[in-house]
Design a protein around this ligand. Structure first.
Ligand code: S3P
Length: 173
């Protein structure tokens, strides 16, 4: 089983993915961390030295690499990974995808606390982040909504979401 968690920056793909993998006793992989290890650079360094186009190419290659490696695993993708033409179809060809849907207001609150880790919002004021999130989330949802499953995370605890996904996956593996 390959399960890709997709969704906007700050929606909880990595933290929920790690917990769910533990619960299912399978491996967890953070795609951004795999890209960083392979490039021997952080994501901000890749954006600064190679540019976003090169990062997106690395992302697509990593989807194929992680998707075609043997074994069950949960893969947390970067927020933009499914939003290039063909990438979500590529993801779904390797397994299932789950969109973690979180309201923009909550994403903005979370993202404004850690702007420096994410080149797309680094240097923006809180107002600019809010404007950027609202605009790009609306564009990206066209892709996110094509996931195998959408889970509405609004007002739900991490424990609830993990148990919900665990029960679903236990009977649908
Ligand atoms: C990005 C999201 C980031 C990272 C990069 C670009 C995006 O991952 O891949 O900064 O385009 O939304 P997270 O979603 O884990 O923050």
């Amino acid at each position: 089983m390959k399960l890709f968690l997709i969704g906007y920056m700050g929606c909880g793909k990595s933290s929920l993915g790690r917990r769910l993998a533990k619960r299912l006793e399978i491996d967890f992989v953070d795609m951004d961390k795999s890209i960083e290890a392979e490039a021997e650079m952080t994501i901000p360094q890749i954006f600064a030295t190679e540019g976003e186009v090169s990062f997106r190419k690395r992302e697509r290659e990593m989807i194929t690499k992680l998707g075609s490696t043997e074994g069950d695993r949960i893969i947390a993708t970067g927020g933009g990974a499914p939003c290039r033409e063909g990438n979500l179809e590529l993801i779904n060809s390797f397994g299932s995808s789950i969109y973690l849907k979180v309201p923009p207001k909550i994403l903005v609150e979370r993202l404004c606390r850690h702007k420096e880790k994410r080149p797309l919002i680094t240097g923006k004021s809180d107002e600019e982040v809010a404007e950027f999130v609202n605009r790009s989330l609306a564009e990206r949802e066209t892709y996110y909504n094509r996931a195998s499953m959408v889970i509405d995370c609004a007002g739900r605890s991490d424990e609830y979401i993990v148990e919900h996904l665990y029960n679903f996956l236990k009977y649908n593996r």
